[in-house]
Write a protein that binds this ligand. Structure first.
Ligand code: NDP
Length: 397
């Protein structure tokens, strides 16, 4: 018997719920709570399940979250709302003695800056209460760190070079759309890029460094270096790493639109006065862009996300590439969403399952690479995200 409260009712939440319903012996009772209750109801209704409760919740308000937790009494809260809510939800979990899982690290709404310091600061409080907080349990962050810890455990004595490579080789047929929340996505991509080398963070202009990389079953794609949150925890937890970078593919059409959005100031997060009310240009833009949840129907192609690693095993230099490819069409057939929501929601469900089974359960605040990777890797294969390994190959990096 276990009860799970899922906060947020977007694309990722849709997948989390669908996948939890496939394991009724683990997830016996589910509640979806989010800002717009009709969206929770729509997710619940589309599943045909009578076993889902829904509620309206503004998760920025700690007292509201506390009240919902007290009435539903979950064993775990799965936060798939936005990064802005992370700390308020963690506070509510501490107040009510409930463990916590999310898929993106905290980011203040008025500053496009994400880092783990705010959430790591909760370590002692969660430890004292015997509660677990699992941070960043999506694909990237999430699976990419589990891939790295699996490589460290089974294939390397020391990891020296890590390149996380994220390719969306899909086509949604729109001139411009983002695959997850447009506000969060555009904030991430317009920031300065950064990578780790020899103990230092090196900053570059957005999209300044790029190269063509070959992705399995997709082919060559221009890949751009950007900063991604899991680099921060990986270099801390694997101190032998000399260089860690993150690469993501973008099409020319996407980059042209992004440049125009920046040039005309639509990426601004500073509130402006418009017709007597205050609006944030980027939040307004989000409202007129396609909803990532609606992209699935005509989406073709696949994503390919993995880790290209080199280092030492038994005194010999070794290279290794571990990756998953996920088809947009298959994700849509199974859950009604595209592969980006799917590849985030499946790992969140698996993290929740491992917590409830006592396999990923220890007091404190942890990134996913701090848990045993083996049970997680086994579940990925069973729940739609099969992974593949290549040994001693040219990593192109
Ligand atoms: P969506 O925008 O589709 O969904 C977000 C949901 O959160 C919406 O239902 C929204 O409500 C709700 N929400 C927003 N503010 C509040 C609030 N104050 N209180 C309660 N609910 C709120 O986003 P996605 O589903 O695409 O993404 C969900 C999360 O997953 C994000 O944090 C994103 O960064 C993360 N992510 C992680 C990835 C990974 O690999 N680790 C990859 C992709 C996404 P409303 O419907 O009213 O707007």
């Amino acid at each position: 018997m276990s009860k799970v409260l899922v906060v947020g009712a977007g694309g990722v939440s849709t997948v989390v719920i669908r996948k939890m319903l496939m394991l009724p012996e683990i997830f016996t009772e589910i509640m979806i709570a989010s800002r717009t209750k009709s969206k929770c109801d729509a997710i619940a209704e589309a599943t045909g399940s009578k076993n889902i409760k829904t509620a309206k919740l503004d998760a920025d308000n700690v007292a509201e979250t506390v009240a919902i937790i007290k009435s539903f009494q979950p064993d775990l809260l799965v936060n798939v709302a936005l990064p802005y809510q992370d700390l308020a939800i963690m506070d509510a979990c501490l107040e009510t003695n409930v463990s916590y899982l999310d898929t993106a690290n905290y980011e203040p709404i008025d500053e496009a800056k994400f880092e783990y310091s705010w959430q790591w600061a909760y370590m002692e409080k969660f430890k004292e209460k015997g509660l677990t907080a699992i941070l960043g349990c999506g694909f990237d962050p999430g699976v990419t760190q589990v891939f790295t810890s699996y490589a460290a455990k089974h294939h390397f004595d020391e990891i020296h070079y890590l390149d996380i490579v994220d390719c969306n080789g899909g086509d949604h047929g729109k001139a411009f759309a983002t695959n997850f929340n447009p506000e969060i996505n555009i904030r991430e991509i317009t920031q300065k890029a950064k990578y780790f080398e020899n103990g230092q963070w090196i900053e570059t202009e957005p999209q300044e460094i790029h190269k063509s990389l070959k992705y399995p079953n997709i082919g060559e794609r221009e890949s751009y270096l950007l900063y991604h949150e899991e680099l921060e925890s990986l270099v801390k937890n694997f101190p032998t790493i000399k260089r860690a970078r993150f690469w993501m593919t973008f099409g020319q059409e996407y980059l042209t639109h992004l440049r125009v959005i920046k040039n005309i100031g639509m990426d601004s997060i500073k509130p402006i006065e418009f017709n007597g009310c205050k609006i944030v240009p980027l939040q307004f833009l989000k409202e007129v862009l396609p909803n990532p949840q609606d992209l699935g129907e005509n989406y073709t192609g696949e994503t390919s996300i993995g880790c290209r690693i080199s280092g030492i095993k038994d005194g010999i230099e070794k290279t290794y590439y571990i990756y998953n490819n996920c088809s947009h069409e298959d994700a849509y057939k199974e859950t009604g969403t595209q592969a980006v929501s799917y590849t985030t929601g499946v790992p969140a469900m698996i993290g929740a399952m491992l917590f409830l089974q006592g396999k990923w359960n220890k007091p404190g605040v942890f990134n996913v690479e701090e848990f045993n990777p083996d049970p997680f890797m086994a579940e990925l294969n069973k729940h739609g995200l099969a992974w593949h390994e290549l040994h001693d190959i040219d990593l192109e990096l």
